[in-house]
Design a protein around this ligand. Structure first.
Ligand code: BTN
Length: 281
């Protein structure tokens, strides 16, 4: 037993389905007590027509996957490890914006359910007090230039009271920051509700024109110095927020022969990390 009165209970598929306040997201839930990765299962489901909105949920993942080929620590009993299957009629080039839509939804739900001041770290981490409580991994497949599926994997550290040594500096949980454990089902239901709402807004224009201001208001790095780590180069600048396609605009200053010029660079998510000047945020 840790420092906190941490409730250990199993997630229950039928109870969760009944608690959803959505029209079509997570009306069907595929639950596993243990699985390698909910993203892997969701990809299988994505190939089968009629699975739009199915949520894959696991109590534990033994091969949870993160961005940039990293592992995702997914212990049993205290996190939310879930992947939403989407089969939208969407231009494949626009599907990566779903990650931004998901981040907005998770951040809103965390604030709503826990009262914590969570923020978004571009493109799709959610942080509380400078440490990560949630990561999102979106994957997709196209057939003949048409989007077959997009799957949105969401991992939230909810009721963990400690982390492996190598994660301690950058990861935290809602329990550790809020000093109380919360009902994971409340949070799952609220994430799905917000996600469906913002998704419908996004689909109308297939861009973030209606959502970018809200996203930027919740951006932890807004108007702060950031370092952009690309595959073979690194540079610093001031984060100005996203534009309507989800690109992060960064103001950089470059030295030229007769002085300095200011350049606004667009950072596209993918093989890129954004860090604060001194650390993770
Ligand atoms: C990141 O690196 O920040 C993304 C982490 C995404 C983790 C979630 S947990 C549920 C889903 N299944 C996975 O294997 N990964 C995602």
């Amino acid at each position: 037993m840790g420092e906190y009165n941490n409730q250990h209970y199993q997630l229950d598929q039928t109870i969760i389905e009944k608690r959803m306040e959505t029209k079509y997201f997570a009306k069907r839930i595929q639950y596993y007590s243990e699985v390698d990765s909910t993203n892997r299962i969701a990809k299988e489901l994505g190939k089968v027509p009629g699975n739009h909105g199915v949520l894959v949920l696991a109590e534990q993942q033994n091969a949870g996957r993160g961005r940039l080929g990293r592992n995702w620590n997914s212990p049993s009993g205290n996190g939310i490890w879930m992947t939403l299957v989407l089969q939208p009629n969407l231009h494949p080039g626009h599907a990566s914006m779903l990650t931004i839509v998901a981040a907005l939804a998770v951040n809103n739900a965390i604030r709503n359910i826990t009262g914590l001041d969570s923020f978004i770290k571009w493109p799709n981490d959610i942080v509380v007090n400078g440490k990560k409580v949630c990561g999102i991994l979106t994957e997709m497949n196209t057939i003949n230039e048409k989007l077959e599926y997009a799957i949105i994997g969401i991992g939230v550290n909810v009721n963990q009271d400690n982390f492996p040594e190598e994660l301690k500096d950058t990861a935290t949980s809602i329990l550790l920051e809020g000093k109380r454990s919360i009902d994971r089902i409340d949070l799952i239901a609220d994430i799905m509700k917000h996600f469906e709402f913002y998704y419908d807004v996004f689909l109308k224009t297939e861009n973030l024109i209606k959502l970018k201001d809200l996203y930027n208001e919740n951006l932890v790095n807004l108007n702060r110095q950031v370092r952009i780590l690309e595959k073979d180069m690194e540079y610093a600048g001031i984060a100005l927020g996203i534009n309507e396609t989800g690109v992060l605009l960064v103001k950089t200053v470059e030295t030229v022969e007769d002085g300095e010029i200011t350049i606004i660079k667009g950072v596209v998510s993918g093989e890129v990390s954004v860090r604060g000047i001194y650390g993770y945020v």
